[in-house]
Write a protein that binds this ligand. Structure first.
Ligand code: HEC
Ligand code: HEC
Length: 353
């Protein structure tokens, strides 16, 4: 494309995204080009530089917890792709242990629901779950609003982001959501390889092929890497971790706990296979410490339990029975779809430091 065409394209984009409307409250945040991803779904309100900057402060501010001891960033740490490094369950307020493994945060724009059981419907409303949960931050929304209204710093930051509107819960969710929506993972070795700027090793390529071969790894129906590079369909599924015969046996009901549907007990949101190099341990309860353990589960530990997803094609033989060498190739590929630019990118780091 010539320089002139780029300018025209850019102008068109600015018009499409309502640049004029956002003008008063700061310039629109310019999302990176992600041509190999499906079109990025975004909310109706604009994502602005000042909104993102405010959301970043809020994300890292311990003021959001009752005793000002923890922030979102205490459990969602950048160096672990915004999951909690190496531990099964994060500690919330008063050291209270969480019931599920802390999910990483990236590419949230493509998720269709939030949490392992999908109980939150959008990024903006999810925010109030941890803030008000008695084992996480244990703060009431009204106390949070009055704390922020009392703060000279935040009064200025909200004015920059939203003009004269009074600080309320909607703007708080909106701002934190804006920041979270900018946390994008698209610069792994795999991403560079599909753009043609680098090449996967023979082993990494073999791992990719195995994951997408229905007679081999058979991961593709749930963890996309071929049809799109997001790493998950984000549907709910039961991948056969437990040996239960009755739905009642699922102590953590997962999706069924939200919908009340018996057949959905034991179903969890399919996590992305991006960034696994940073997010151990694995599964909703963090039961597997390493990817070797995960691959050995899919190879020979799958249980034909009640409610298992019919897309677990090899369940009737206990797994896909990949050789050790094939499992190693898949792990090599999973390392190549881990994005070290994400964990090092200064724009997502704690702004208070
Ligand atoms: C005490 C640790 C802790 C704190 C503090 C915390 N989280 Fe979480 N977060 C978790 C855990 C654990 C989960 C998974 C819980 C579940 O699925 O039931 C989670 C899940 C999420 C998800 C869902 C991701 C997905 O893929 O569905 C988002 C988004 C999120 N947190 C954002 C936040 C934000 C924003 C804050 C601050 C307002 C925050 N978290 C504070 C532990 C924490
Ligand atoms: C039928 C759908 C399905 C198939 C097929 C499938 N998975 Fe999964 N995968 C899931 C679900 C659901 C979870 C979460 C389960 C839970 O925590 O209860 C999961 C979890 C994982 C995790 C843990 C991720 C994390 O962040 O904790 C990894 C790694 C993984 N799968 C890799 C694979 C690989 C590799 C294959 C192919 C060999 C595969 N999966 C096949 C549905 C599937």
């Amino acid at each position: 494309m010539t320089g002139k065409m780029w300018v025209i394209l850019l102008l068109l984009l600015l018009v499409c995204f309502g640049f004029g409307k956002a003008g008063k409250n700061g310039s629109l945040y310019l999302f990176p080009q992600m041509p190999l991803f499906p079109a990025m779904p975004l909310p109706e309100h604009p994502i602005t530089n000042s909104g993102v900057a405010l959301g970043r402060f809020l994300f890292y501010d311990t003021l959001l917890s009752r005793d000002s001891s923890i922030s979102c960033g205490s459990c969602h740490k950048q160096e672990y792709a915004f999951s909690d490094g190496g531990i099964r369950f994060s500690k919330g307020i008063d050291g209270k242990l969480q019931k599920r493994n802390t999910l990483p945060l990236f590419n949230l724009n493509w998720h269709t629901s939030f949490f392992w059981d999908g109980r939150a419907e959008c990024v903006e409303s999810q925010v109030f779950h941890p803030i008000t949960d008695s084992s996480e931050m244990a703060l009431t929304v009204s106390e949070l609003v009055s704390r922020l209204r009392r703060s000279v710093f935040y009064r200025r930051k909200f004015r920059e982001a939203f003009g004269g509107k009074e600080i309320d819960s909607e703007l708080i969710g909106n701002a934190i959501g804006q920041f979270e929506r900018t946390i994008l993972s698209y610069r792994s070795k795999f991403d560079r390889a599909i753009k043609g700027s680098t090449m996967l090793s023979k082993q990494e390529l073999e791992g990719f092929v195995l994951m997408n071969d229905m007679t081999k790894g058979d991961c593709l129906h749930c963890h996309t890497t071929d049809s799109d590079p997001i790493g998950s369909t984000f549907e709910f599924s039961n991948n056969g971790l437990d040996t239960f015969k009755y739905y009642e046996d699922y102590k953590d009901a997962g999706r069924g706990g939200v919908t009340g549907v018996m057949e959905e007990r034991g179903m969890f949101k399919i996590p992305s296979v991006r960034n696994l190099a940073f997010t151990a341990p694995y599964m909703h309860d963090g039961r597997f410490r390493t990817l070797e353990e995960v691959l050995s589960f899919y190879s020979s530990g799958v249980s034909l339990c009640v409610g298992i997803d019919s897309k677990m094609g090899f369940a009737h033989t206990g797994g896909n029975h990949l050789s050790e060498k094939e499992q190693e190739s898949i792990i090599a590929f999973l390392m190549a779809i881990s994005d070290s630019s994400l964990v090092a990118d200064a724009q997502f780091a704690n702004p208070f430091r």
